[in-house]
Ligand binder design. Structure first.
Ligand code: GLN
Length: 320
């Protein structure tokens, strides 16, 4: 049986083990992201009963980037229901890079909500009556899940908006096929702002724990998300959350997760915990190098894989 000090010391061990790994590169295609300190490294875990374990640079803020995508998808499901949401965005892995300018050729919809095309379609569904209203609603929702007030990093937002021509191309492709409405700039504003929300590792772990706890923040006991929509969002994270590494991630780590190009990864062990790693050096697919290693080690050590066969159905952490 795992006790709390064993878990805390294993996180410290993982931090020690991987901190000297300097493989990968900080993203620079959004110029503001290139200013990140590549050595920053934090790991946080929040259990579904609200206990937190953190090691390293866990208060360092960074932008959430693509980790906003499952949360925006969840909000779209809550606001529009499954049928309408899925008529704008599919639920199949694409096997392609996150920023591919493509739609599923059969149905002329984005493959899934975890790639940029799908996330822009989702942003269109949850944008508010005014540009600021939609962003405020999104930030308020994430703040409840994180358990503290969050905000948009205006410098990253401006950097994304001024260099995001590929995302503009995707948005116009979506407009051409009537996936999004005519307010293309408004949709892009919503998407760029969602990506630019500042979080730290502890926030991401708390958001993950809120998902693990079927929508209720386990530290503040606030109901944040609808439980059935959480299930749908976790399924999308499981199959598509790590882009063109999603299959191997499911194979090796085996939990729903989402990465972002600022270097965050948020993983969720259903009913058990949220896990967050921040380390800005990315591999060629845009996933944090140390983040992947930490999640894989933790999954192996504690039998977190969805199809784990070492703990005979009672993962060690469940006994916490
Ligand atoms: N804002 C980024 C983009 O649209 C998000 C991408 C990511 O985190 N993978 O390019």
């Amino acid at each position: 049986m795992t006790n709390i000090s064993e878990l805390a010391s294993f996180l410290t061990h993982l931090h020690e083990k991987h901190r000297s790994n300097d493989e990968g590169e900080v993203a620079t295609y959004i110029p503001e992201l290139g200013k990140a300190n590549p050595d920053h490294f934090g790991i946080s875990m929040v259990t579904a009963d609200g206990e937190e374990f953190s090691v390293g640079d866990v208060d360092q803020e960074f932008t959430i980037q693509s980790i906003c995508k499952p949360l925006a998808f969840l909000m779209a499901l809550e606001q529009h229901g499954r049928d309408k949401t899925l008529s704008h965005v599919g639920i199949e892995p694409s096997g392609d890079a996150f920023n591919s300018v493509e739609l599923c050729p059969k149905v002329k919809r984005p493959f899934n909500p975890m790639v940029n095309a799908g996330a822009i379609a989702t942003a269109s569904l949850i944008k508010g009556v005014s540009a600021e209203a939609g962003v405020t609603a999104f930030v308020d929702c994430l703040s409840k899940a994180a358990g503290r007030p969050l905000r948009v990093d205006e410098l990253v937002f401006a950097s994304e908006a001024s260099t995001g021509n590929r995302n503009r191309a995707i948005a116009y492709l979506l407009r051409n096929f009537d996936v999004i409405d005519e307010h293309v700039d408004h949709t892009l504003h919503q998407y760029f702002a969602q990506c630019s929300v500042l979080v730290n590792c502890r926030d991401l772990a708390a958001i993950g724990a809120t998902l693990a706890n079927v929508g209720e923040n386990p530290q503040t006991h606030t109901e944040v998300f609808d439980a059935f929509c959480v299930r749908d969002a976790l399924a999308a994270m499981f199959t598509c959350g790590m882009y063109d590494y999603a299959g191997e991630w499911a194979f090796r780590v085996g939990v729903p997760a989402k990465s972002g190009v600022a270097g965050g990864i948020m993983a969720v062990v259903n009913r058990q915990l949220g896990l967050a790693v921040y380390s800005p050096r990315l591999d060629e697919r845009g996933n944090s190098v140390r983040g992947i290693k930490v999640c894989a080690d933790l999954s192996d050590e504690f039998g977190l894989h969805a199809f784990d066969c070492t703990n005979f159905g009672s993962s060690l952490l469940r006994t916490l």
